[in-house]
Design a protein around this ligand. Structure first.
Ligand code: NAP
Length: 545
């Protein structure tokens, strides 16, 4: 991106106003032709005309609603017709949900998830190959300083999506080294744009002091300069940078308390809340466990069945799953039902939901656990692979939670356990594009809905196991010889501890050996980029994939 002779154009989403408009201005000022993407076509056209007049660059407007499934492919085909190769991509568009997730229809939650995350992944995936061909490119993924903080109420999709984008963008830098393509996660704090007012959340302007707000034009200029210097992450303003740095040294439970203060609580509210009633209530309850055919999921089914829960098991390997369901029923005298389903399929969660309704069992515990390792480089995967991983780790967890939590609230008791990983606390590194980011999403998502569900009798827990002895490594031919014995726990230990913490209502539970906890503490306080580099070098040299 040196000099003013630009090979390609810049594409900015949500470019009609706010930060997107400011980014378009900065890029046009630096000599790029600009493609403005927005659903507010008239406002975008006005903006485009101003840019052409002021900076003498070409502009083009693509009218597109980014909550729609075909958005990214429409954008790419319009860029191809235009014949302007995209050299700079700014994934900026975003909006907030103004209600708790369980109060909204699934279509709205899904649209928000698509806008904030899936379309970002798809645009990156579609435009990276062209940038590699040009030998030059830059991706700015607009995250947020809140992406470094625990999840908060009214942020059930926004916060987790932003938490996902930070390690994802860091990973792109490691995976694209030597190609001329770079990426920067842009993490603004509060900005004086319309995002709060246009989502019915203007009250925040009166709650947060004036000095905490920044103007979007300054954020765009600084972020662009930081990106050009090669910064993988840009956090706006000294206060936010201090907050993000300090967050590394403060226990997460204490940071979670900050949201109560922002939402009108007193200073005592900064303290983490005591656990809630920790026993399973009497009566018949069922638990749905995904990835129940082996490992942690299988252990969960045993621990839950031993406590009298009926079990609904979900996984792909039908024979194993059915045999295990029969064994659970025989051993523990509970009802057990197997749903053979691949969670990477588009209609999987709808099928599971319908099957639960047909069974009519009161599903009061949901364990989102299914997973397989993701080791391929992001730009080497096909889009259908990326899409499948996104569905498995992110979309199915959010959808099943949304589908089942209302029933739990109605019955006055329930637990959602999202099996994340200690990897969810790590910076992005080589070959971790979708795994650690998805786990970071699940941690923030669990914290956010735990807050939204306070007072309903339902709670959510992100369970973060360290290295766990399961089929994970052998089945997927992953080398784990380099991990010392002192770091390993077994799956039964993970399930027991996870359920205990979930019953107590703990929002985040880490299960690992003492040695692993020491390592995690060191990871948390280590400089982020240096740690990402260290982990990348480990993966390059030691992990056989
Ligand atoms: N093992 C570790 O060190 C470790 C550490 C931290 C977190 N975790 C997390 O723990 C969870 C469970 O992993 P694990 O170690 O127990 O591994 P595992 O023994 O390989 O179990 C994975 C489970 O997920 C199911 N699954 C995979 N892909 C699926 C799909 N597309 N649709 C439906 N089910 C699918 C598998 O069943 P089928 O093959 O029959 O479908 C299996 O039951 C994962 O989310 C993982 O990220 C593991």
């Amino acid at each position: 991106m040196a000099g003013k002779q630009r090979q390609g154009a810049a594409l900015v989403t949500g470019a009609a106003k706010g930060l997107g408009a400011c980014f378009a201005e900065v890029l046009a000022g630096d000599g790029f032709d600009v493609i403005l993407v927005d659903y507010r076509a008239n406002a975008a056209r006005e903006r485009a005309a101003e840019l052409s007049k002021r900076h003498g660059v070409r502009t083009h407007v693509i009218e597109q609603d980014l909550t729609l499934a075909a958005a990214a492919s429409n954008i790419q085909s319009q860029c191809e017709s235009l014949g302007w190769p995209v050299e700079v991509l700014v994934n900026n568009a975003g909006s907030l949900l103004n209600k708790h997730m369980h109060e909204l229809p699934w279509q709205q939650v899904e649209g928000n998830l698509h806008l904030l995350l899936k379309v970002v992944l798809e645009l990156c995936h579609r435009f990276i190959p062209g940038m590699i061909q040009l030998g030059s490119g830059h991706i700015f993924n607009v995250s947020s300083a809140s992406g470094f903080m625990p999840g908060a109420p009214l942020m059930s999709v926004y916060g987790p999506a932003k938490a996902f984008l930070i390690p994802f963008t860091e990973t792109l830098n490691f995976e694209l080294e030597g190609t001329g393509v770079h990426a920067t996660a842009v993490c603004p704090g509060l900005m004086t744009t319309d995002i709060f007012a246009s989502n019915g959340l203007d009250a925040i302007r009166n709650t947060v002091p004036e000095w905490m707000w920044m103007k979007p034009d300054r954020v765009a200029q600084e972020a662009y300069r930081a990106g050009r210097r090669g910064a993988p992450v840009y956090v706006s303003g000294l206060t936010n940078r201090l907050a993000v740095t300090m967050a590394r040294f403060v226990p997460r439970a204490l940071l979670r308390g900050r949201t109560r203060l922002l939402h009108g609580g007193g200073i005592m509210d900064l303290l983490p809340r005591a656990g809630i009633a920790s026993d399973k209530p009497s009566g018949q309850h069922a638990a749905l466990v995904t990835g129940a055919s082996s490992g942690i999921g299988k252990s969960f089914t045993e621990v839950l069945a031993s406590q009298g829960f009926d079990i609904i098991l979900v996984a792909r390997r039908g024979e194993i799953l059915k045999a295990h369901a029969e064994e659970l029923a025989r051993t523990y005298g509970v009802r057990a039902h197997a749903i053979v389903q691949d969670l990477t399929k588009a209609d999987a969660t709808e099928i599971i939901k319908a099957e639960c309704e047909r069974l009519g069992w009161p599903v009061d515990v949901l364990v989102n656990n299914a997973g397989f390792p993701v080791t391929e480089l992001f730009h080497r995967m096909t889009w259908s692979q990326v899409d499948a991983i996104f569905r498995l780790y992110v979309q199915s967890a959010v959808h099943l939670t949304h589908a089942l939590v209302s029933g739990m609230i109605r019955r006055g008791w329930g637990r959602v356990i999202n099996v994340a990983s200690t990897a969810g606390f790590e910076p992005g590194s080589y070959r971790s594009s979708l795994y650690s980011s998805s786990k970071a999403f699940l941690i923030s998502f669990s914290e956010s809905i735990a807050k939204e569900l306070e007072g309903t009798g339902v709670s959510a827990t992100a369970l973060c196991p360290g290295f766990t002895k399961t089929e994970w490594f052998s089945k997927n031919k992953l080398n784990n010889d380099y991990v010392p014995k002192i770091f390993w726990v077994d799956s039964e230990q993970v399930a027991r501890a996870g359920l205990k913490e979930a019953l107590r209502g703990t929002p985040v539970s880490i299960v690992g050996t003492p040695a692993h906890r020491v390592l995690l503490t060191m990871f948390q306080i280590a400089p982020r980029h240096a740690l990402g580099r260290f982990l990348s070098n480990q993966r390059r040299s030691k992990v056989r994939v």
